[in-house]
Design a protein around this ligand. Structure first.
Ligand code: 13P
Ligand code: SF4
Length: 384
């Protein structure tokens, strides 16, 4: 195999070495040799030197659907760990899912773990008259009249064992592109006086519930590090986990105002992981795929301010040269974990496959996958 040895290299070291053409050529050659048995999926936040090799690009919903529909023997997921886990759950036993760098996680997903969510779940049930949907004969059906349930909803950005918890307890996974439909589904199964427990991203939960017509009194936050505020928890329709994305929480209303001052008439779109004030001040909000479409459909000559990860914003600006696409935060950092997928790792992974070596496989144990797939299939049934 050609190229530098990766075992001792950091991403910074890899980026500082002038090997980009070499990686590119190695990826193209290896991919050609492997042919249709390999499919590369690339999330919108990936760097351009990965995206150019992707067979499909998209947001987390679209990529989950592509994985579920694919016949490829080997799926290489260029994104973060929870996305690859979901692809493994949604593909069949004859397909395998690999990641170029297995260390690419998501700091928001890490903000909720199974023991903490189980503790919250047990306390909410013990302090209310709500029932666990796992006690129902058919959790797919709307709640029987007069019954009230606590329905768990997890954002796609969560580990497989949390998706399994949700599947087991009659709940559902959501993504930023179908969150409103998912919350409607959950509320129907919660019943008139039921509740939804939403984790880990408080912002997506809050932005979606408020856009559906609920108000702040209908929302309470569960922080596992703090004493529960039972007055607001008991009154709430939605209990939101205290999670957030460190990239999206950097966007502010002042940045939107500054951009509008500098470019009167500018359009603004923000990802729903941003704070409520930012989503309120924006003209639109949506998943990474919705942001891509918003830019595509904006009239020629538009200036569009975007509140999301910088790789996607820069790519849209380059792709639509008749429009100016600007990141709301001029100093924003990339998502550091998405950035861990370096072309050097992709080249090495593909060359290993040619040599018959499978590395960095994502394997979700069957006892977790069996429950998680219930929640993922419910998610896929809600149109984005
Ligand atoms: P999308 O589902 O919009 O692609 O979002 C995933 C994500 O991690 C955003 O930070
Ligand atoms: Fe996770 Fe935020 Fe990165 Fe999305 S942008 S993968 S939520 S850390």
């Amino acid at each position: 195999m050609t190229g530098i040895s990766l075992s001792t290299c950091s991403i910074e070291e890899l980026d500082s070495k002038p090997h980009s053409d070499e990686y590119r050529q190695r990826i193209i050659t290896a991919k050609k040799q492997l042919g249709e048995k390999v499919m590369i999926l690339g999330h919108h936040y990936q760097r351009d030197s990965i995206i150019e090799h992707a067979d499909e690009t998209g947001d987390s919903f679209l990529l989950a659907r592509k994985a579920a529909d694919s016949d490829a023997e080997i799926i290489i997921f260029c994104g973060v760990h929870f996305m690859a886990e979901s692809a493994d759950i949604l593909t069949n036993d004859n397909q395998i899912v690999l990641m170029p760098n297995i260390r690419a996680g998501c700091s928001m997903a890490d903000m909720a773990d199974l023991p903490d969510v189980e503790a919250c779940w047990n306390e909410l049930l013990a302090n209310s008259n709500l029932l666990d949907p796992a006690t129902r004969e058919d959790a797919e059906l709307p709640a029987e009249s007069g019954s009230s349930y606590l329905v768990p909803v997890t954002y796609m950005n969560s580990s497989a064992d949390l998706k399994a918890f949700v599947g087991h307890h009659g709940g559902i996974v959501c993504t930023s592109s179908n969150a409103a439909g998912v919350l409607e589904w959950a509320l129907e199964r919660a019943g008139e006086n039921g509740k939804v427990l939403f984790f880990p991203d408080q912002h997506l939960g809050r932005n979606t519930a408020l856009a559906m017509g609920y108000n702040n009194d209908d929302l309470a936050v569960w922080n596992p590090m703090m004493e529960p505020d039972w007055q607001s928890l008991n009154a709430a329709k939605f209990v939101l986990w205290h999670g957030y994305c460190s990239v999206h929480q950097r966007f502010t209303v002042d940045q939107i105002n500054d951009l509008r001052d500098a470019h009167p008439g500018a359009l603004i779109i923000a990802h729903p992981e941003c704070d409520r004030t930012v989503v309120d001040a924006a003209d639109a909000s949506g998943s990474t795929e919705m942001i891509r479409r918003y830019v595509e459909e904006a009239p020629s000559g538009s200036v569009i301010g975007v509140g999301t990860e910088i790789h996607l914003v820069k790519r849209l600006d380059a792709q639509y040269s008749d429009k100016e696409v600007i990141c709301l935060d001029p100093g924003v950092c990339p998502c550091s974990t998405m950035y861990m997928i370096h072309p050097a790792f992709l080249a090495e992974l593909l060359e290993n496959l040619i040599e018959g070596k499978i590395v960095n496989q994502i394997v979700v144990p069957p006892q977790i996958a069996d429950d998680a797939i219930l929640a993922l299939n419910r998610m896929l049934s809600i149109i984005a």
